[in-house]
Design a protein around this ligand. Structure first.
Ligand SMILES: Cc1cc2nc3c(=O)[nH]c(=O)nc-3n(C[C@H](O)[C@H](O)[C@H](O)COP(=O)(O)OP(=O)(O)OC[C@H]3O[C@@H](n4cnc5c(N)ncnc54)[C@H](O)[C@@H]3O)c2cc1C
Length: 697
């Protein structure tokens, strides 16, 4: 047998088992094995819920790969690309240079990635639950919420800190809900300011049963026990959005919670996404029965990233640790067979059963055809996972942690896992408040997407009404932050809004050191600080009373579509009596607006960037360079909102749409028409007689 090099990408169940089996079966003189893993440790996922629930220490649920794999070369690198044609993998070394490694056989075992992008706002406001970092950060956050609740004098706010929502009631969601519930309820005795009754733990699942993988009897048992332990289980309920206030459901209601965890949503790893010319099913690489990537005889795929048919039942293998390990082992056996010139075997595995801990020292188990639930199943769960741990040192460590947990309370030390995050993103639904007037100014916001309205009332007692609308590229909170005050107005989301949020410290640092940003912010502060209507109270009153219809001009007959070309836009602008053009979507709703300056700039930039012929530039579609979401006002709003919004944005005119939800274009209003009207009003006040004469004439 020739000396062969086997490269394995991944450091999880499948990769480690594959490397271990290969090393056992082939001596280093026959085979060089290199494992490339992004992290230097393997995570034992079934124990992550225990880490988050503080019943074991984080390092007990992870094992260092190089210590587990003697005789294997381990490289902590993230592989960026697989070049199937050249038989090489590519990664960036520590100096940022691209390096390539050749392989005779490649095993792809890179697992899957969590994908919170499936629900708006989830990536900004929910914890994923896949890596050790996620579990440690979550544990720290939970304990932080208990401390905040203890220090909080406002009852509503205290309950908010003590509200937890877990999305997804598969194995990981159920185990996590049980563990967190145990942690917080057991810990209340160390706090004086709240009791168990203040705690709310909610598990949301879009199907009509939790744990779809286990039998109905065990599911019912698990559900009842969890409900009895104080966990509210919402079945047939789907999360529609996550915001800083909690989780929005599809029926429009909101479950307030300071802690959201999303255990659903996965996507394939980027290296699998970049693999072209191989068959994929739901993002996973489809393999032949022996786990070779279909059509590529020296590349194998195993674990969560692979779509493998199990010869036991001819069904696709589920994405579980149990299967990943078996696949890794059998792929190694098959590689040995290929190297020895023997025929390979199809993947065959009879599942051993299912185990799931549900909290309160209870579990459900289906093993070798037997069903067990309750405390016995819980001991089985712990026993099985203890034996599955990769070394005796780890088994003793986890066993000791668990024994400790049976006798002593859990450790409530919050050792911040994430350094204070200075810049983050936030997502809001229409109607959500970003902040209220009088709240302490702690954040600076830049609008990335959507519209917000500034609400103002004459004084603290007066009801607040919309005063101006801000859109993408605008800032909020800068004046109060710079003057170290509380916020002077309330800000409410008008549409779905995505904001970039900067903490006070980060804002001061960035604005202090970046001159262009400082100038932009200073200009914005000046505009607002002048409080544009302060010296013109009569004008403000007049515009508040005057309906917007007074100034409304009809939308032009000719409009554009997002797919209209630059040439069509220029031609229309030449014919038009206005200096701007409206772009409407297929439903005739406003998509964007553009003008001659935008079009000229775009043409120059596209020509420069693409270095293409004039014809190509003319044919570029508007959607490729015009950004959607222009500032708008609603037809039912006062003229004051329109005027203020135009002044805020330095606009000469603004489009008017039907309502917050209906973006049909109603027309537009111009600043100069309003100014002329205001001058007339002023003239009437100064000399009503002249005004009357003019009116009669
Ligand atoms: C919270 C949780 C609880 C679970 N509980 C259970 C359970 O009780 N029972 C059960 O059977 N299964 C359980 N699972 C599922 C199980 O963990 C997975 O099916 C299993 O981990 C898949 O193994 P894998 O080797 O394919 O991938 P993983 O274990 O995810 O490992 C993938 C590895 O590849 C590495 N990697 C990824 N991309 C690259 C790259 N580009 N370059 C280098 N390295 C890379 C990653 O760092 C990681 O080390 C659970 C999963 C989670 C998240």
């Amino acid at each position: 047998m020739n000396h062969a090099r086997v490269v394995i990408i991944g450091g999880g169940f499948a990769a480690v088992k594959c490397a271990r089996t290969l090393r056992k079966r082939l001596p280093p003189s026959e085979c060089e094995i290199i494992v490339y893993s992004r992290e230097n440790h393997m995570v034992f996922h079934p124990l992550l819920a225990d880490v988050a629930g503080a019943s074991i220490h984080p390092d007990s649920a992870a094992a260092t790969i190089r210590q587990m794999l003697p005789g294997v070369e381990c490289s902590t690198e993230a592989v960026e690309r697989i070049d199937l044609a050249a038989g090489e993998i590519e990664f960036q070394n520590d100096q940022g240079q691209i390096e390539r490694t050749h392989y005779d056989h490649l095993v792809i075992a890179c697992g899957a990635e969590s994908n919170l992008g499936i629900i708006p706002g989830m990536s900004d406001h929910a914890f994923p639950f896949k890596t050790m970092r996620d579990a440690v950060a979550l544990r720290s956050h939970i304990i932080d919420q208990l401390e905040k609740a203890e220090a909080c004098s406002d009852i509503k706010r205290r309950k908010f800190h003590l509200s937890f929502v877990i999305i997804g009631a598969g194995f990981s969601g159920v185990e996590l809900a049980g563990e967190i519930n145990d942690l917080i309820r057991d810990s209340t005795r160390f706090y004086r300011n709240f009791t168990e009754n203040d705690i709310s733990m909610t598990l949301i699942h879009n199907q009509d049963q939790i744990l779809p993988e286990v039998s109905p009897t065990l599911r019912d048992f698990a559900l009842k026990k969890m409900q009895r332990a104080g966990i509210k289980v919402l079945l047939k309920t789907s999360a529609a959005a996550a915001t800083p206030q909690g989780v929005g459901l599809q029926d429009g209601s909101l479950i307030p919670a300071a802690t959201l965890v999303c255990t659903i949503g996965t996507t394939s790893s980027p290296i699998v996404q970049h693999l072209t010319n191989v068959k994929k099913e739901r993002g996973r690489v489809v393999t032949d029965p022996d786990m070779r990537v279909a059509g590529v005889p020296n590349v194998w795929a195993v674990g969560d990233c692979a779509y493998i048919t199990n010869a036991f039942d001819n069904k696709p293998s589920p994405t579980t640790g149990q299967f990943a390990e078996r696949e890794g082992r059998q792929a190694a056996d098959n590689i040995v067979r290929v190297l020895r010139g023997e025929p390979t075997l199809p993947f065959y595995f009879k599942p051993l059963g299912q185990l799931c801990s549900i909290g309160g020292r209870r579990a459900v188990a289906e093993m070798f055809g037997f069903r067990v639930s309750g405390i016995l199943a819980w001991f089985m769960w712990r026993g099985v996972y203890l034996l599955k741990l990769p070394s005796w040192s780890r088994r003793i460590r986890v066993g000791t942690d668990w024994a400790w947990d049976l006798i002593f309370p859990r450790d409530l030390g919050a050792f911040a896992a994430s350094q204070s995050q200075h810049v983050s993103r936030a997502y809001y639904r229409p109607g959500d408040f970003i902040y209220h007037r009088g709240d302490p100014a702690n954040f600076f916001y830049a609008i990335e997407q959507g519209e917000v309205e500034i609400l103002r009332g004459a004084d603290a007692e007066q009801a607040e009404t919309p005063f101006a609308v801000l859109g993408p590229g605008d800032f909020i909170g800068e004046a109060a932050l710079r003057q170290n005050e509380s916020y002077l107005s309330s800000i409410r989301a008008r549409t779905f809004v995505r904001l970039v949020v900067m903490s006070r410290a980060s804002f001061s640092e960035h604005v202090g050191t970046m001159a262009p940003l400082r100038d932009i912010v200073a200009e914005s502060v000046k505009r607002r600080a002048e409080n544009m209507w302060l010296h013109f109270p009569d004008a403000k009153d007049a515009l508040t009373r005057e309906p917007l219809s007074t100034f409304l001009e009809p939308a032009p007959a000719e409009t554009l579509k997002p797919d209209s070309t630059l040439e069509q836009a220029v031609a229309l602008l030449t014919r038009s009596t206005n200096e701007f053009l409206f772009i409407l979507d297929d439903q005739q709703c406003l998509w964007s607006v553009t003008n001659g300056t935008d079009l000229t700039l775009a043409a120059q930039m596209i020509a420069y960037k693409q270095a293409v012929t004039r014809d190509n530039v003319k044919n570029v579609k508007l959607r490729e360079f015009v950004s959607a979401e222009p500032a708008t006002v609603l037809s039912e709003e006062s003229s004051l909102v329109a005027a203020t919004t135009m002044l805020e944005h330095g606009l000469k005119w603004i489009p008017v749409v039907a309502s917050k939800t209906d973006r049909h274009l109603k027309g537009f209003v111009r600043m100069d028409k309003m100014t002329y009207w205001l001058l007339q009003q002023a003239a009437n006040q100064v000399n009503p007689k002249i005004a009357r004469t003019q009116a009669t004439a």
